[in-house]
Ligand binder design. Structure first.
Ligand code: HEM
Ligand code: HEM
Length: 190
């Protein structure tokens, strides 16, 4: 077999031109863990009675995991704009385009969703704070009940819609790996 064909047919480690760099991979999986934590916490919150400490803790975990998503999403997006991405794995053009479009939608989500959550909180008259550590994130807006209601609704709708979008994204990655057998998942791994 020609050596190049051999590399493309069964690569153990993808050549660097075909992979995301280490920082991009670290950003991807760190954001994934934080988004999963934010979702898990807000789901758990509903199972605790109102006014109980576990419910308050679940809410705080949701808010802080979500806020950390934003803290990572900004440098992640800058790194992506600066470094670009490896050319897509060979395949149907429509699939490559759909993948690229999906990635920008996901970037928009990890920036917008925490911002909306923070806005809803501030408009409701609350600050994101950890008093024990003396941390207090300044308010983005003054208290405004009407703004709070509308922003909170958008945050909740978007949060629900993205279960589906993230699920599709993950299924596409697994489809590439197990059905198409290409390097799409491996290039975002390690
Ligand atoms: C990627 C980050 C985030 C995701 C995926 C996310 C997702 C969600 C979801 C799914 C809900 C529940 C929707 C429902 O009940 O139908 C929710 C509610 C909420 N989130 Fe977030 N959120 C994120 C970040 C944040 C941040 C950073 C804050 C505030 C600092 C925040 C504040 C809230 C608030 C106040 C609610 C309403 C809770 C309630 O009244 O039950 N979220 N979020
Ligand atoms: C919170 C959940 C997730 C978010 C927000 C997210 C976001 C993203 C974004 C923005 C990209 C584009 C990277 C770039 O080009 O700069 C990407 C790529 C990728 N993601 Fe995710 N992702 C999530 C979960 C997952 C999961 C669960 C999997 C695997 C099962 C996965 C597998 C991949 C793969 C393989 C790529 C590279 C695709 C390619 O280069 O064509 N992601 N993800």
């Amino acid at each position: 077999m020609h050596p190049v064909t051999e590399i493309q047919a069964s690569p153990q480690t993808l050549p660097s031109l075909r992979r995301y760099d280490r920082l991009a991979v670290s950003f991807h999986w760190a954001v994934f863990v934080l988004v999963a934590l934010a979702y898990a916490a807000i789901e758990l919150k509903g199972s605790f009675a109102k006014g109980t400490p576990p419910r308050a803790l679940a809410m705080a975990v949701h808010e802080w995991a979500g806020a950390l998503v934003l803290v990572l999403a900004v440098p992640r997006l800058l790194w992506r704009l600066l470094r670009g991405a490896p050319a897509p794995e060979p395949g149907a053009r429509w699939m490559q385009r759909a993948g690229a479009a999906m990635h920008w939608v996901l970037y928009l989500f990890i920036l917008a969703q925490p911002l909306l959550g923070l806005l809803a909180m501030n408009a409701g008259g609350h600050l994101l704070a950890l008093p024990a550590l003396g941390i207090e994130v300044p308010a983005l807006v003054a208290p405004d009940p009407a703004l709070k209601d509308s922003v909170k609704e958008i945050h909740e709708t978007l949060g629900t819609a993205f279960y589906l979008v993230i699920g599709l994204h993950a299924m596409a990655a697994l489809f590439h790996h197990y059905m198409l057998g290409d390097g799409t998942l491996r290039r975002m791994w390690r």
